[in-house]
Write a protein that binds this ligand. Structure first.
Ligand code: F6P
Length: 523
């Protein structure tokens, strides 16, 4: 399929952009005071207010036409029916199948029995750990979980456990992602191996950082409990069972998932075990149910009010038509502090691509930089840049309607700030003093969750997953591979012997840098 930039609908969108160019957002509001309700849409119980985007009803209609010209509906069907949409790795992307109970087949093979079996095993383990039936090697109850994993094998469970902290009534979960000894040391500090369960999450079970941390955890456990302790203290969540078995994880402790689940889409699989242990399988089921509700709506809602589609299409409009280079995620909820990092991986690893599905270079910008932070602390840090910097960002404000703690006045103030920031970005400030003037006319979407619970969180994350797919469909790229991350891994493998003082072929720049590090590292 030719580039979307040659699609008639895209040319109409560019003409429409030029026609809108002199019109400020403030003017769009004064022309149409009803645009708030016209441009707010619901999905799985969440509300998406696009009225502070540089869009009108006509823009949405043209974006819908673009989606049709890019055959979005057919692409969505291919995704949900298990076609090999991950063309470079020749496999489907069926993470959605983990959240429902519908029959889904890949290559004519029904995946549902396997999905249900894996979910049931996860439930049995999570509940046994929570209710104390799962005993450690010395007969003690498990009080702590060491969750080892990186990227998609860590960011989702960490986000979910932070967001659902209020529901966390199981063992305390500590995460280790980085290959930095300080992180491992901090995680095990004060823990009793006899009461600790290590959960190693790794789709490939080959990721260097995770394997090294798994070795350290194995050593930490067996030093104190003996070599046979692993069966009571070590679990693997992986798509590579044989590697987990070779590592020494007993078969009954390997919780598998299919290779049709991408790493950044794996929260819904056994990778979510630490979450299920922390909040219980019933709540974990609610997370799945929220995501499933979003899946059903994404698949069936007409484009003009299909929230994941609109989120994706407006993102394309902002990035490719309005040339807004970055996308800021601003969570007005402390418990969603990890959301920007989660979405950063989801969006940038998926859509950080420079060739189309056929390998031809693209001639337009694909996925933007995704970054962000928490409100209101961000207001006292980087929001200055949002209001008066020379570059603009498209912002997503994430707001929770109901209070998240006992202090109602806190929540009222929090809400007033969330609303004030999007208004300030849009309206700006005219002032005699140029230092005080704010240009305004800066775009944002506000996403309102009725409350912060497992169901709404599941829906929110699934909606963003589908947004990523919509954008990749418009751009004609594959959002499910991530070959770019391999290069650095290969080079690090070449450099490691030199860091250890062995002979290695090094680029002069690396040789120089290692010398600087060595010099400063001398006692
Ligand atoms: O290096 C990138 C990546 O492959 C991510 O896509 C993935 O989430 C992460 O590493 C961890 O991979 P694994 O789950 O295989 O250890």
């Amino acid at each position: 399929m030719p580039s979307f930039t040659s699609a008639p609908a895209w040319r109409s969108l560019l003409a429409h952009r030029d026609a809108l160019a002199g019109t400020r957002l403030a003017e769009l509001w004064s022309r149409d005071p009803e645009r708030g309700s016209a441009l707010t849409f619901g999905c799985a119980g969440l509300a998406f207010d696009f009225s502070k985007q540089r869009v009108t009803a006509e823009t949405l209609q043209l974006l819908g036409a673009l989606a049709r010209e890019r055959d979005l509906s057919a692409a969505v069907e291919r995704l949900f029916t298990g076609e090999r949409v991950n063309s470079t790795e020749n496999r489907p992307a069926l993470h959605m199948a983990l959240r429902g109970d519908e029959h889904v087949s890949a290559d004519g093979h029904d995946l549902l029995p396997e999905i249900q079996r894996n979910r049931e095993r996860m439930r049995v383990v999570a509940e046994a750990v929570r209710d104390g039936h799962w005993k450690g090697a010395t007969g003690e109850r498990i009080t702590h979980v060491l969750a080892l994993g990186i990227g998609g094998s860590s960011l989702g469970p960490r986000l979910a456990l932070e967001a659902l902290r209020g529901d966390a009534d199981g063992p305390e979960v500590r995460f280790v992602a980085n290959i930095d000894a300080a992180e491992f040391d901090a995680a095990v500090a004060g823990l009793d191996p006899a009461r600790t369960l290590a959960v190693v999450a790794s789709k490939t079970f080959t990721t260097q950082e995770t394997m090294e941390n798994a070795l350290a955890a194995r050593e930490w456990l067996t030093m104190s409990l003996g070599p046979d302790a692993l069966s009571r203290h070590f679990i693997a969540a992986t798509a590579n069972d044989s590697a987990a078995l070779s590592f020494g994880v007993p078969e009954c402790n390997v919780l598998p998932f299919g290779d049709w689940v991408g790493g950044r889409f794996s929260l819904w699989s056994s990778v979510g075990l630490p979450v299920a242990i922390g909040i219980g399988m019933t709540r974990f089921g609610e997370l799945l149910a929220g995501a499933h509700a979003a899946d059903l709506e994404f698949r069936s809602t007409p484009l003009e009010r299909n929230v994941p589609a609109l989120l994706g299409l407006i993102g394309v409009w902002n990035h490719d038509a309005l040339a807004i280079a970055t996308h800021a995620v601003l969570s007005y909820a402390s418990r969603l502090e990890s959301l920007p990092a989660y979405l950063q991986q989801l969006e940038m690893e998926s859509n950080g691509k420079r060739v189309d599905r056929n390998g031809a270079p693209v001639d337009f910008p694909t996925g933007p930089v995704v970054w962000g932070g928490t409100g209101t602390p961000g207001q006292h840090a980087f929001h200055q840049w949002l209001h008066q910097g020379t570059d603009a960002a498209a912002c997503d404000f994430i707001v929770v309607a109901r209070p998240m703690g006992a202090l109602t006045p806190h929540h009222e103030i929090l809400l007033s700030h969330a609303c004030a920031q999007s208004e300030a970005l849009m309206m700006g400030l005219e002032a005699q003093d140029p230092h005080r003037a704010c240009p305004g006319d800066r775009v944002s979407t506000t996403i309102v969750l009725p409350r912060l619970d497992a169901r709404t969180l599941g829906a929110l994350l699934a909606i963003y997953e589908h947004k990523v797919f919509v954008q990749a469909t418009v751009w004609g790229t594959n959002p499910f591979d991530q070959f770019g991350v391999e290069l650095g891994k290969t080079i690090a493998g070449r450099i490691l012997p030199a860091v250890r003082g062995e002979n290695a072929e090094l680029h002069p720049a690396t040789r120089h840098l290692l010398a600087v590090i060595r010099k400063l590292g001398q006692p």
